[in-house]
Design a protein around this ligand. Structure first.
Ligand SMILES: Nc1ncnc2c1ncn2[C@@H]1O[C@H](COP(=O)(O)OP(=O)(O)O)[C@@H](O)[C@H]1O
Ligand code: SF4
Ligand SMILES: [Mg+2]
Length: 338
């Protein structure tokens, strides 16, 4: 059963700031974001390319490579083996190594970067089981086949002996998911896991990922630039623009009442789902580069509703409905008017 958002989060990100270097004046990539991951639920982190989604994911597993650095905030992990602030742990510390891959697993866009080309895939899953769980070789080999079956790979005993190049892109990504789920992690971070695959395979894999997450009680962070997949698999949504979370809501609330102009722009550029003929209107312009410092609303240059006061200061985050938070002056004004 899916746990409710009222339970305390398994992973709670508060005011996380990430810079391109630690020195004064270093460009900021992530500007104090909040995210909460709950057991058995999927949070989608959505935004165009360059908004800071992957950098955020790397911070959550403490794998930022310099000059990228956490400048402030906390990443509280409260799942099994937890009770720590990941932002305060050294990346190579024993405590972090005990979490990464075991309690907090990660899936990247390209399965080939995660798989070793010279070993059969079954051995690679078994290796994860031996390394993290201390299983014997025989038990790990048997469990590897179970996991291949679980992620929807037909004839798993035979496929376990295949090398990555002998499998399709979709099958390879399923193997990567099997490795990530091997230790039944409390948290799974999936960074655009199906972007490289064709649309039908994407849908199948995302549906399976979601159901496995529910079954194991995994809290999942699904990173995507596609609001279409969000509607299918997410429970909660955070819309990210230029290093800021500009809107957060439960999935129904977000689609019923998208409130930030950026969210509305993303929705307007979705292809029609019901065959209805409708022209696509991609948001004009581009995400400003991180080297450009912005004082006011980060979206102002592209926003059809922008006014002079939008550029004066960062719009405050306002709760427009229970659990639905928007950072835009239009909503701040709504609330302050009698
Ligand atoms: N190592 C790095 N050096 C310089 N800029 C970086 C580095 N990593 C990320 N960036 C910049 O940070 C911003 C966010 O990147 P990223 O998190 O990869 O975005 P997303 O995953 O949302 O597409 C981008 O402008 C990117 O160019
Ligand atoms: S604060 Fe202003 S510029 Fe920013 S999204 Fe809202 S209306 Fe647009
Ligand atoms: Mg990315």
């Amino acid at each position: 059963m899916t746990a409710g958002p009222h339970e305390p989060p398994v992973l709670e990100v508060r005011d996380l700031a990430i810079g391109l270097g630690r020195h004064a004046g270093a460009p900021r990539i992530v500007h104090g974001i909040d995210l909460s991951l709950h057991r058995g639920r999927t949070l989608a982190l959505v935004g165009e390319s360059g908004c800071g989604k992957s950098v955020t994911a790397q911070a959550l597993i403490n794998l930022l490579s310099p000059p990228l650095a956490v400048l402030g905030g906390s990443i509280r992990y409260a799942g099994e083996g937890g009770g720590v602030d990941i932002a305060a742990l050294a990346p190579a510390s024993d405590a972090m190594r005990a979490l990464r891959g075991r309690r907090i697993a990660m899936i990247f866009q390209d399965p080939m970067t995660a798989l070793d080309p010279v070993y059969p895939v079954g051995e690679q899953i078994a290796e994860a089981l031996r390394h993290h769980l201390g299983m014997t070789a025989r038990a790990a080999a048997a469990r590897a086949i179970d996991l291949l079956r679980l992620v929807g790979i037909p004839d798993p005993a035979a496929r376990a002996r295949a090398y990555p190049f002998q499998l399709s892109g979709g099958m390879r990504q399923r193997v990567v998911i099997a490795i990530a789920l091997a230790c039944e992690p409390s948290v799974l971070i999936a960074d655009e896991p199906t972007t490289a695959l064709d649309v039908t395979v994407q849908a199948q894999i995302l549906a399976e990922l979601r159901s496995l997450g529910e079954r194991f009680g995994t809290a999942m962070l699904l990173i995507t630039h596609d609001l279409g997949v969000v509607a299918e698999v997410a429970d909660d949504v955070a819309i990210m623009y230029r290093g800021h979370v500009v809107e957060r809501a439960g999935v129904e609330s977000l689609f019923a009442a998208p409130s930030h102009p950026y969210t509305r722009g993303l929705l307007a550029s979705l292809p029609p789902v019901d065959g209805e003929r409708r022209s696509l209107t991609p948001i004009p312009g581009q995400v400003p580069p991180v080297a450009v410092a912005i004082d006011g609303c980060p979206f102002a240059d592209r926003c059809v509703d922008a006014r002079p006061d939008c550029r004066a200061a960062l719009p405050p985050a306002i709760e427009v409905a229970p659990g639905h938070v928007v950072a835009c002056v239009l909503h701040a004004r709504d609330r302050s008017s009698p």
